[in-house]
Design a binder for this molecule. Structure first.
Ligand code: NAD
Length: 308
């Protein structure tokens, strides 16, 4: 018996006509969720548009006895997203799960990239994800229940040659998660980030065929399903691919404190090994945890008492 179920839950999955989104939509529906299958039906670089793929996924879900509706909005179009959310509310009356997955690539080295291509990719990934999460947010707050996932990428977390636009947009998923995790906590909204690596049309010509055979989208969806489940964690960056699951974390080193005339670029250079020494590094709970740490360091170094 599968005890992670989504009966009575309503999920929006963007970019669900193919690849990872399709797999997530099918996985949610197979465990009882009612699924909004969003897809603009574009080619990999964002051109063209057709509703065929999303309608095919809806038909697949219905054929297995599940509930689904298609919506073909462009996630970067706020009015279209609002219409999608309104239609889902009219049909099913709630939205519990928001899986931001739609995406495109417009790869070029930074030297050759037009800013229009930079903006377009940021628009789809970052603004698109924010649009959908923003439209779902008041509904989730009112319900006192919400599960939101953003889809990042190793390109954003670690870098990838030729993907400045995509890498920047994908790293932004983490920033959005960090804040929405804090803001959503009091309303039982949990926010996580998936960093998948899969054989889809997006990676078609990049993977050796033997590796591609191991990296099916279906190997990732179980991790996504956990991230949007009742007992989901929050604020996790889950790496997933070929059955591997990992967590990416950001740590800050203890560092050093330089006061007054010692606070020079030369001292920073001389003590750089100590500044970057990972021993005893910690995660910061939020931005002010860092501010507090620095102020306390400085107070201690000066022999002052600081009650914070
Ligand atoms: P894919 O190209 O197979 O699917 C993306 C889907 O998004 C397509 O169906 C497309 O029509 C849809 N889409 C694109 N722009 C849209 C828009 N503006 N509005 C609505 N739908 C839109 O790609 P995939 O590999 O399944 O990727 C899914 C997500 O995972 C993307 O965000 C991608 O960046 C991310 N990702 C994929 C990999 C990988 O290895 N495949 C790695 C890291 C991250």
């Amino acid at each position: 018996m599968d005890n992670i179920r989504f009966d009575g839950r309503v999920a929006i999955v963007t970019g669900a006509g193919t690849g990872l989104g399709r797999s997530h939509a099918l996985g949610l529906a197979a465990r009882g969720a009612r699924v909004v299958v969003n897809d603009l039906g574009v080619s990999q670089d964002g051109t063209g548009a057709t509703s065929e793929a999303s309608e095919a996924v809806v038909a697949e879900i219905r054929a297995m006895g599940g509930w689904a509706m298609a919506h073909g909005c462009d996630v970067s179009d706020e009015a279209g997203v609002n219409d999608m959310v309104a239609q889902a509310m009219d049909l099913w009356g709630r939205i519990d799960i928001c899986v931001n997955n739609a995406g495109i690539l417009m790869d070029k080295t930074f030297a050759k990239m037009e800013m229009s291509a930079f903006r377009k990719v940021v628009d789809v990934h970052l603004i698109g994800s924010a649009n959908v999460a923003h439209a779902c947010w008041p509904i989730m707050r009112a319900q006192q229940y919400g599960r939101v996932v953003f889809t990042s990428s190793a390109s954003g977390l670690y870098g990838n040659f030729g993907q400045s636009n995509y890498g920047a947009a994908k790293a932004a998923m983490m920033g959005l998660m960090n804040v929405l995790h804090l803001e959503g906590a009091r309303d039982n909204i949990r926010v996580n980030t998936l960093a998948p690596t899969a054989a889809t049309r997006m990676t078609e010509n990049l993977l050796p065929p033997e590796a591609a055979a191991l990296l099916a989208p279906e190997t990732i969806t179980p991790g996504l399903l956990y991230l949007v489940s009742e007992d989901a964690p929050s604020h996790v960056i889950l790496g997933a691919g070929a059955g591997s699951y990992t967590q990416t974390r950001i740590y800050e080193t203890p560092g050093i404190t330089l006061l007054d005339e010692a606070n020079t670029p030369e001292t920073v250079a001389a003590q750089f090994a100590q500044i970057t020494d990972p021993e005893n590094q910690t995660e910061m709970a939020d931005a002010f945890s860092q501010t507090k740490k620095y102020a306390l360091n400085a107070a201690q170094a000066r022999g002052l008492k600081l009650d914070w």
